[in-house]
Design a protein around this ligand. Sequence first.
Ligand code: SER
Length: 597
Amino acid sequence: MTGKELREKYINFFVSKEHKQISGKSLIPENDPTVLFTTAGMHPLVPYLLGEEHPAGKRLVDFQRCIRTGDIDSVGDATHLTFFEMLGNWSLGDYFKKEALSWSYEFLTSKEWLGINKEKLSVTVFEGEESTGVPPDTEAKEIWKSLGIPEERIYMLPREDNWWGPAGETGPCGPDSEMFIDTGKDACNPACRPGCPCGKYIEIWNDVFMQYNKQKDGSYEKMTRKCVDTGMGLERTVTILIGKKSVYDTEFFIPIIKKIEQASGYTYGTNQDKDISVRIIADHIKTSVFILGDENEIKPSNIGQGYILRRIIRRAIRHGRKLGTSGAFLSIPASAVIEMYKDVYPQLLEKNDFILKELEIEEERFISTLAKGEAEFEKMVPNILKGKDKIIPGRLAFRLYDTYGFPIEITQELAAEHSLAVDRNGFDEAFKKHQELSKMGADKVFKGGLADSSEITTKYHTATHLLHTALRMVLGEHVKQKGSNITSERLRFDFSHELPMTPEEIKKVEDIVNKQIETDHPVTMEVMTLEVAKEQGAIAFFESKYEEKVKVYSVGNFSKEVCGGPHVDRTGMIGKFKITKEQSSSAGVRRIRAEIA
Ligand code: SER
């Protein structure tokens, strides 16, 4: 079984159950300011899970690239990854538990599909919770029993195990039922069960029954329209199907590791510590390539996604040094990633030069100060070891950041290698004092839930359409959307255009947008084929490979654009529009930030 085969089987299976295949989306969630990256297959579908109509219908299937950095410190062991692909199928107010679980079972065990031995399957379901009043999921349990899973392999577990979501701080969530494969390893103790981290049971699929919408205040609002969200980890499932213990011993990493060996001269498998470094580099370089190759242009920076990107590139470089690399080397494994994924993700090939160039710039920038920073760090160590707290003061950690570009996480990692801690609060204080944006920017993104901010982000979304059309009127039809990102504080819009905009042009664009807002146009939506949408003159830049039908949003007779929504009902709701910044984003691409008040 290969990744390619599993993707195909999964899609074909659900298409045979009347699902429509849709395209995976950007790694940068467009309408969710509560997180930096798309963390699950359901993430881009949040508006539809909450009630928005999806143009492809009520049964969907796709594969989605995801990034999770929460476990970044565990990367390097056999299983943790920051980048992975998730296969998923959805019911948007259509089928519920019975169909979802039966199909999961059929796909896993039928000879025609994955043909997994039934005896090796265990499942878990939600045991219920008094505090939220959610009852035990006896319905799911009975369904599993009727499918032939004996009671002793059905585990009723609490929230930590059997509740999923929301993807951000707020949004759709619910009890889930997870499917595990028994690897045949001995139980670590008599209480060992699915969910135990010892490695006996590996989770491969999760069916979530989305019945609740978590609110900003922490409460759960019942949704009348129930949905199903399922997710199967691609890399993990292939690894187990082919009987490997580590995902790093599979097609998903072998070509990258070969290139790391070539670049460093180290042979994988000969030294435990160095193997960890190889795996960290392999994981981080893959994630970096996918971030740099995303349709939303992200570069290493000190804020938001750019900061995560910088952090993982720099961490990879540092581990490269442990293997004996001296100069820039990341473009070698990066090319392997592009080669491995170019058929499934052609955008990586299109952005090949950009990806390699940005990696090289960041590498050069960091390498020149890395050795000095490490020397500086080593100088600090003896004194700190003498002290009784064994803590690196915040101001010293800040100096490493400020002078040598060490992300605080790298300082923490270096410190841990010497069994030292870092005064993180002290660092943050020093940081704020210097009014650096870095982490503050990232933290800000995490604050303020989706439910709370959805109204304002919807306004920004409609404002983005107005801006797009206004730019095309003022600058010309060559203007095309290159990226869009919305938080509850501002919109950011990247578009193709060579020259900086003049103050007059900016003013003109603002005036046009504000005029449309004052006119209080109705915003309407129609579902049609992409062909018809284009015939009608709708702007459509992010074309997807699979959707036959698309949603087209019209703002009066001013703008018409293919888009998933959601939007405000009338433009008058938006408020006053102001461009706060216009700058270069990359060659031939300008970036606008704008606010509404
Ligand atoms: N959202 C769920 C998960 O990530 C199922 O797709 O596991």
